[in-house]
Design a protein around this ligand. Structure first.
Ligand SMILES: [Zn+2]
Length: 286
């Protein structure tokens, strides 16, 4: 009898340690990323150069596998429809001067963690500021990137948390007033409901140089980002003005960020596809 109890004890201990380790590694990876780098230039198809868009989906932190998978056919479809050359990779070796120069737009498609070496960062920063178009999707705006310039000047907002529920919450989004008839607003819905994961930021990009495209109505979803006993203080929002899609000029380049994009639902949504189309046209000067 005693032996059985002993085995049971060690059995439970083993399970407990394994689960704790799993949760620990998961949280560490989501917050800090487990970083690996690629530094060799990669093989590219011929014909890139004009109307070329690089879709970069590398995830050193949390990986939005389903959203990334679903996004591929959407980008391909948009490319075919609009005559854009779409190139997709998760290999950061492409962040060298010669190969980046072939693209007008780079999309960080749920990119997470520290994905570039310091040298690649310098090249990419320079590419943006000399006239490149940058689009960040969802996780590209979380706090796993460990890059001050990127968070301060490109994103212009610092990620705090996202809401955590059993399912994705459907929230209402409102298009800003388009007083200047900006091309980014063309064909977009004034208001629509979307099931996504809702990011909350410490600061409002409107207070920087960003213009807002969509805000989310916090009264239409559950704000809480608390995780049982682990995190207790993430039950707040940004108030009435909660930007969720925004854009700005970055020296000679252009930046567009969408906190939307956690799941395939978003990529399949017509209005999100219109948003992507507008974003590519604007950032790429097409
Ligand atoms: Zn997400």
């Amino acid at each position: 009898m005693k032996k059985i109890l002993k085995y049971l004890f060690y059995g439970f201990l083993g399970v407990f340690v394994s689960i704790s380790l799993f949760i620990g590694i998961f949280i560490y990876k989501a917050k800090r990323g487990i970083n690996f780098y690629q530094t060799e230039p990669i093989e590219l198809p011929a014909g890139l150069g004009e109307k070329s868009i690089l879709i970069f989906s590398k995830a050193n932190g949390f990986r939005h596998s389903e959203a990334i998978e679903a996004s591929f056919s959407v980008y391909r479809q948009l490319g075919n429809k609009n005559g854009w050359k779409i190139f997709m990779t998760e290999d950061a070796g492409i962040f060298n001067e010669e190969q980046l120069a072939l693209f007008q737009v780079v999309i960080w498609n749920n990119t997470s963690g520290k994905v570039l070496t310091d040298d690649q960062r310098i090249i990419f920063k320079d590419w943006i500021e000399r006239g490149g178009g940058f689009i960040g999707i969802h996780a590209a705006g979380d706090d796993s990137h460990q890059w001050e310039w990127y968070e301060d000047e490109v994103l212009q907002a610092h990620f705090s948390h996202h809401n955590i529920g059993r399912d994705l919450d459907t929230a209402m989004l409102y298009l800003e007033m388009d007083a200047e008839h900006h091309q980014l607003f063309e064909g977009l819905l004034d208001t629509f409901g979307l099931a996504d994961e809702w990011y909350c930021f410490y600061d409002n990009p409107r207070a920087q140089t960003s213009s807002i495209l969509y805000t989310v109505d916090e009264t239409t979803y559950n704000l809480s980002g608390n995780i049982s006993f682990l995190i207790k203080d993430k039950n707040w929002g940004m108030g009435q003005d909660h930007p969720i899609v925004w854009f700005h000029q970055q020296k000679k380049g252009k930046v567009f960020y969408s906190a939307l994009g956690h799941s395939p639902i978003t990529f399949k949504h017509n209005n999100f596809q219109q948003l992507l189309t507008n974003a590519i046209q604007w950032t790429g000067n097409f």
